[in-house]
Design a protein. Structure first.
Length: 180
């Protein structure tokens, strides 16, 4: 908890800042995440925040609802749920995964989808190196399960000596050179 909460908090703040500057006319723009345009990506982020808030309180995995425009507030509630020490104990009753694994899943979502949103809307984005390192290590261990569950696409080849963030993006199926 003590090392992950700061990473989760800063990744949330970075992504919330990006969401806050998206203009409505950008909603239909494509993103590097082929499943989503900009509005659908923000809606997905809203769901991620709401779901991980529930999971952090040992609640159920919830279904995605319609776009509400409330990502920053939902993300704050997620951080509040995970700031409680008991949120980190044991496993998720609903998903059967250790709570620390769920926290890493949240971090991966916020770091990668922050990049997706920045690329799609022409914003600057520099993920925190430690968050990238943790996300890459976790994803490297969980990528096959993620692919089986539809969370990750087929890998995109990047050079072995590519920056860690490019390797993370390639691992989960994103092309680090993607442009709109």
């Amino acid at each position: 908890m003590d090392d992950m909460m700061p990473l989760m908090t800063r990744a949330t703040e970075r992504t919330s800042g990006l969401v806050g500057t998206v203009r409505q006319e950008q909603f239909g723009s494509p993103t590097p995440c082929a499943k989503f345009d900009v509005k659908e990506l923000i809606n997905h982020l809203e769901w991620v925040a709401e779901m991980f808030e529930s999971l952090g309180r040992k609640g159920p995995r919830i279904e995605q609802g319609p776009y509400a425009g409330g990502f920053p507030e939902r993300a704050e509630r997620t951080l509040a749920a995970w700031s409680r020490r008991e949120a980190w104990e044991g496993s998720s009753p609903d998903m059967g995964l250790p709570m620390t694994a769920l926290a890493h899943m949240y971090l991966v979502d916020l770091v990668v989808h922050g990049w997706d949103l920045a690329r799609a809307t022409g914003q600057q984005y520099e993920p925190e190196p430690e968050a990238v390192s943790r996300a890459l290590d976790f994803t490297d261990r969980m990528v096959e399960m993620g692919r089986q569950r539809g969370a990750f696409g087929p890998p995109v080849t990047v050079p072995d000596d590519a920056p860690a963030f490019d390797r993370l993006l390639g691992l989960i199926g994103r092309d680090p050179t993607w442009t709109p």
